[in-house]
Design a binder for this molecule. Structure first.
Ligand SMILES: CC(C)(COP(=O)(O)OP(=O)(O)OC[C@H]1O[C@@H](n2cnc3c(N)ncnc32)[C@H](O)[C@@H]1OP(=O)(O)O)[C@@H](O)C(=O)NCCC(=O)NCCS
Length: 192
């Protein structure tokens, strides 16, 4: 990942306890994360105590359907930008500031959504919905009709209203950064 508090991430589909314990002992530099498909209790039991549990995420899927784009409510405007393989949908407020945004990249039949966020002052006005509905047609244009994402608690409430289904919890643990470095330890969010 290369970010403060989020330098290296292991995402493991089906690790056994021995593998988790080995990773936990040897790959324990600050800012390292381990995410597994399944229950956080299993992750807690397998890792040394220096690992902190983060919020559990939700792996969710959907089937993208045509014509699901929705215009933003007044006075907001929508913007779609493509950079390489990534498309970013943004909703701008009346002053041109980003009120909500999200990204999508495709891999074969899969359209993977990431970093969906509505600024706190603009939440519950339908902007997250606008972002998600702007991304879906782009996935379909690229031949990807299978939507996949890992949601936070807030996110999974939004995605459920849009027809997404929870497939499994995603448990996450991390080694915090020392408090003196760039303003504190790692947070506990479990975004994708
Ligand atoms: C999740 C998030 C993007 C939702 O954005 P939003 O612009 O508020 O979403 P919308 O207004 O389009 O919500 C549409 C519907 O989804 C549901 N919903 C969305 N957020 C919800 C929440 N926090 N609690 C309960 N229901 C929620 C509601 O049914 C809502 O309709 P309603 O307001 O008429 O009841 C926003 O809360 C956020 O940025 N959270 C922090 C970052 C984050 O967790 N992002 C998700 C990463 S996976």
């Amino acid at each position: 990942m290369g970010l403060h508090a989020h330098r290296l991430r292991y995402v493991l589909h089906d690790p056994d306890e021995q593998m988790l314990a080995g990773l936990g002992r040897h790959q324990n530099a600050p800012g390292t994360w381990i995410k597994i498909v399944g229950n956080p209790i299993r992750l807690r039991a397998a890792l040394p105590s220096e690992w902190k549990l983060a919020d559990t995420g939700y792996l969710m899927t959907t089937t993208y359907r045509a014509a699901s784009d929705t215009p933003p409510p007044s006075p907001y405007t929508a913007r779609l930008q493509t950079s390489g393989d990534v498309v970013t949908a943004a909703v701008l407020d009346a002053g041109g500031q980003i009120a909500a945004s999200g990204r999508l990249a495709t891999a074969n039949a899969f359209g993977v959504v990431d970093q969906v966020e509505t600024a706190p002052a603009h939440r519950r006005r339908g902007l997250g919905t606008v972002v998600m509905r702007a991304l879906a047609p782009h996935a379909l244009r690229l031949g990807a009709d299978a939507g996949v994402l890992v949601a936070t608690d807030d996110g999974h409430r939004l995605y459920r209203t849009l027809g997404w289904t929870v497939r499994t919890p995603i448990a996450a643990a991390y080694i915090p950064e020392p408090r003196s470095a760039a303003g504190g330890a790692a947070g506990g969010a479990a975004t994708s």
